[in-house]
Design a protein around this ligand. Structure first.
Ligand code: LLP
Length: 455
């Protein structure tokens, strides 16, 4: 077996989505793994495990890569917005906002987080295929851009906006009918999708909205899916969207925003080879420029809304190894103190990950193991056939690229508390999300009076 040097697959400083590990990953003098200048095993001892660790420099670099690439390749106005469904917290919202990004939210919870982080309504975009009246009301009152997804949004908003009151700032989402190669659960651009207006409905909705005094349609939106490595679908999308933009303008809407969604893939395992942020933006921007020129329409403000490619490779999760089960001739299971509740992606999408030991990241591998979670579910396996040095109970295991869709999709399955999250930078670590406690787990339980009286 060759030496496991995963931490070294981290070379593209300008595009963090192309690396396996955070940009600041390095070894200390004893060849132990460090991120953000902090020894991972020390973080595990200080904050406990499982522990989400987010490297601030990687997040900021990804934000800058989007900002700079848009400035470099698109002569019109542009704005990257962070899709906070990937990982939503007050601190992360503040970081992306300080880098000049807006924020995409899909629920009252994500919206409240962005607002509490101090983000202005004009920089927030509210999505959702079934927004509640309360969510629409909060969005409207906070002056956010509401991305209308269906007729229901329009009907509810019509009742919320009082006559003579301030107009609702809208963006219209439609399904562009684009197929792309990614897991079917995270594809959204094909016609059989629950998101957005069908392209056949587009014209009539635009006409309807042009007669609504309460509505100000500022933008057109589409998103085709997530973890995409091809460039062609987004180039095609840019063209289709420009056609929709022209249609909206011809109907009389002063549409200035064209939001092409997110979706750029990241490297989870060595063989993944996603495009760089710069290339992705360049292709999309070029395609929009060309389409606008062909249609003789003025350049819109270009918006994109990446989630995964901003935050995924900034994050690692540290676990403590516990039990070991060897099945001769078949498999060796190493169980860790987390699993599908803090990372549901392997069981949901069969996602692959990379991992190594925190304190022996480059020792020669002697062990082929399957990393099992601690949940009562046979499918709770985070990695199969991982090569590690001989590993014992108490060792710390680091799984890379867990910054996106791990914390945000975590659960309390088996009543296991959610992990804490720390932000690391220049040798300091700061808690940004507390670990759930037993009290937190019991907090929402209510015992009916009659049970208390009987017992
Ligand atoms: N905009 C919209 C409207 C979206 O629906 C999404 C992701 C994004 C932007 C951000 O896409 P990204 O840049 O992160 O690919 N839970 C799945 C991913 C679901 C993505 C949902 N929408 C996973 O763990 O792979």
């Amino acid at each position: 077996m060759t030496e496991n040097r995963l931490y070294e697959v981290s070379q593209d400083k300008s595009s963090p989505n192309r690396n396996l590990s955070p940009l600041t990953t390095e070894l200390d003098k004893d060849k132990k793994l460090m991120v953000g200048g902090c020894l991972l095993s020390e973080l595990a001892k200080k904050y406990g495990t499982p522990l989400y660790v987010i490297d601030e420099e990687t997040v900021r670099s990804a934000c800058k890569a989007y900002k700079n690439s848009m400035n470099d390749h698109y002569p019109g106005e542009s704005l990257p917005i962070y899709a906070s469904k990937a990982n939503s917290s007050l601190t992360l919202s503040k970081i992306v906002a300080s880098e000049g990004l807006g924020i995409d939210v899909v629920s009252a919870g994500e919206l409240i987080t962005a607002l509490n982080a101090g983000i202005k309504g004009r920089d927030i975009f509210l999505h959702g295929n079934n927004k509640s009246k309360e969510e629409l009301e909060l969005g409207y009152k906070s002056g956010v851009n509401i991305v209308i997804d269906n007729q229901h949004d329009i009907e509810v908003l019509e009742k919320i906006v009082s006559p003579g009151g301030k107009v609702a700032k809208l963006m219209l989402r439609f399904t562009p009918g684009i197929e792309c190669h990614t897991h079917e659960y995270i594809r959204t651009g094909h016609l059989d999708s629950k998101f957005g207006f069908d392209p056949d409905q587009l014209k009539s909705v635009l006409i309807y909205l042009s007669k609504c005094p309460w509505a100000e349609l500022n933008g057109i939106h589409a998103h085709i899916g997530s973890q995409i490595f091809e460039l062609k679908p987004h180039k095609d999308l840019a063209k289709i969207m420009t056609e929709a933009l022209v249609m909206a303008r011809e109907i009389g809407h002063p549409v200035n925003d064209l939001n092409i969604g997110g979706g750029l893939g990241i490297r989870y395992v060595n063989s993944d080879d996603p495009p760089s942020i710069n290339n992705w933006i360049k292709e999309v921007a070029t395609s929009i420029l060309k389409a606008c020129e062909e249609k003789s329409t003025h350049l819109p403000r270009l918006i994109c809304e990446p989630g995964r490619s901003i935050i995924a490779t900034a994050g690692v999760t540290i676990y403590k190894v516990g039990s070991r089960k060897e099945i001769p001739g078949l498999r060796t299971y190493l169980s860790i103190d987390g699993g599908m509740s803090d990372n549901p992606r392997p069981i949901t999408y069969q996602s692959l990950y990379s991992a190594c030991l925190a304190d022996r990241p480059i020792s020669s591998p002697q062990d082929k193991v399957t990393i099992a979670g601690k949940h009562c579910e046979s499918g709770d396996v985070l990695l199969k056939d991982l090569h590690l040095p001989l590993t014992k109970s108490g060792d710390f295991l680091v799984i890379f690229a867990t910054g996106a869709y791990n914390a945000s999709m975590s659960s309390n399955y088996n009543r296991i508390p959610r992990p804490a999250a720390v932000l690391v930078q220049n040798g300091t670590s700061d808690l940004i999300q507390r670990r759930e406690s037993s009290e937190d787990l019991l907090r929402l339980d209510v015992i009916p009076r009659r049970f208390i009286e009987v017992n």
